[in-house]
Design a protein around this ligand. Structure first.
Ligand SMILES: Cc1cc2nc3c(=O)[nH]c(=O)nc-3n(C[C@H](O)[C@H](O)[C@H](O)COP(=O)(O)OP(=O)(O)OC[C@H]3O[C@@H](n4cnc5c(N)ncnc54)[C@H](O)[C@@H]3O)c2cc1C
Length: 412
């Protein structure tokens, strides 16, 4: 049993250690995007003896963004890849997600991962740490990373790049290029709210370092603190902080000045001050805009989409990275099962992931406006109806499984 991912959370096994490599074709598999899904797929494929080349637009391996939570389903994949121990070493265990309404201070969200001392927990981790861990695993397994290649399209199993010669033909192209994929046909809908994110030092504070804490004012304001453990090369404990903002208001926020923001934020949540005061220039906060969409058919002729290129949502349920990890795992398991018939493998992959993806996308669509929207009714329902209901058994157990990522099997 792996830490964080209990025995009842079963992923299909891959690969059987004593079986011959299941891939017999000679060409490389190309992966567009060295993010979470791309690096996980590259690691699993290379570990199975496949020849993998990953193309990314960055010149230097450099993760963007701040922290995220790897849920037990995602941790399970990391363990299967041999990267779980490193992730546990850098991340920090999250046992509870707790949110309060600023006015009145009453609880409006309280989800425990497990009973006290139980096996399940989320792992708060900085994107840079997760990226480094997955990159090391992929390179160790033998995957090749080609940087400075911005993918612009694909045709006949060849990839085209901005200002570079085409490459291919490849046996298969895995599109793991995220929410701005140039290969995915998805028509995603932009969400009204995004958030500003930053990474700061964990300060002197009474806040516990094993909880995700959020404060809301209706649904128009949301601010939070996520402990994320350490960054590569430094023992200092970090926090990811966020501040919800209408997607169109970033310029106004910059022009409003930091003093005004500090004052507004710490009025809503005095404990936020120790974190927010570390922000001394607007550029320290990165604006993340969210969109929502799902590809009905995440594969085509010679191309298969995983992660955000196949489905994207707001990070409200904290599932995006987990989804990318689960997709990568399911695809490699499907390739194993199909034994050289890549078209069939893509179908197996899509059908294995279909219901898990659809249900989580629907849940994210339903939950997001309760926490990030201009609605006055939804936060009222959240506070007066949904939260009290969430405390009545069996709802705590259901919500816990929802957050853990295995409300239904990740791979059917
Ligand atoms: C602010 C924020 C907070 C989040 N919090 C959580 C959380 O708590 N838990 C969680 O599970 N998920 C969270 N997510 C979502 C999660 O980060 C994504 O769902 C996840 O990273 C998707 O993985 P991916 O591999 O599909 O894409 P990414 O990890 O985004 O990787 C895409 C890669 O493709 C590369 N790329 C892009 N375009 C091109 C191109 N044209 N050519 C070549 N390379 C290209 C990029 O450089 C990048 O390396 C959060 C997201 C955001 C924005």
């Amino acid at each position: 049993m792996f830490p964080g991912a209990p025995a009842d959370m079963v992923l299909p096994a891959f690969p059987p250690s004593d079986s011959p490599t299941f891939m017999t074709q000679k060409n490389h598999i190309a992966i567009a995007g060295a993010g979470i899904g791309g690096l996980a797929a590259a690691t699993a494929l290379a570990q199975a003896g496949e020849r993998v080349v990953i193309y990314d637009q960055f010149d230097q391996p450099r993760p963007v963004g701040s922290g995220l939570v790897i849920q037990p389903v995602g941790l399970n994949v990391l363990h299967q890849l041999g990267a779980g121990a490193a992730a546990l070493g850098m991340g920090t265990r999250i046992h509870r997600m707790l949110g309060h309404e600023a006015r009145g201070g009453h609880r409006v969200l309280d989800v425990h991962y497990d009973r006290p001392g139980g096996a399940r927990f989320g792992l708060g981790i900085h994107r840079a740490a997760l990226f480094q861990i997955l990159l090391d695993a992929a390179i160790r397994a033998g995957a090749e990373l080609v940087t400075g290649h911005r993918v612009t399209g694909q045709q006949n199993r060849r990839l085209s790049f901005a200002g570079r010669p085409d490459a291919g033909p490849f046996r298969m192209i895995i599109d793991a290029s995220g929410a701005a994929s140039p290969l995915s046909q998805m028509r995603a809908r932009s969400l009204g709210y995004g958030a500003l994110w930053a990474t700061v030092d964990w300060p002197q504070t009474d806040l516990p370092r094993d909880e995700l804490r959020q404060i809301y004012r209706r649904a128009s304001h949301m601010l939070g603190v996520l402990p994320v453990g350490t960054l590569p090369g430094s023992p200092a404990q970090k926090a990811a902080i966020f501040w919800s903002l209408p997607a169109s208001s970033y310029q106004d926020w910059c022009e409003g000045g930091l003093a005004q923001w500090h004052s507004q934020a710490t009025t809503l949540w005095p404990d936020y001050a120790a974190f927010a005061q570390q922000i001394t220039a607007p550029e320290q906060m990165t604006m993340a805009r969210y969109s929502h969409g799902t590809l009905r058919r995440p594969w085509g002729d010679g191309v298969v989409h995983i992660g955000d290129s196949a489905h994207r949502a707001s990070p409200q349920l904290g599932q995006g990275a987990n989804m990318a990890l689960l997709d990568a795992w399911a695809l490699v398991v499907a390739l194993q099962e199909a034994r050289g018939d890549d078209g069939r493998a893509m179908q197996i992959y899509a059908s294995a992931r279909r219901w898990h993806v659809r249900v989580y996308q629907a849940m994210s669509w339903a939950f997001t406006p309760q926490y990030q929207s201009d609605s006055r009714v939804l936060p009222l329902l959240r506070d007066r109806l949904f939260f009290p209901m969430s405390l009545v058994p069996p709802m705590p157990a259901i919500l816990s499984r929802l957050v853990c990522g295995d409300l239904l099997p990740p791979s059917a």
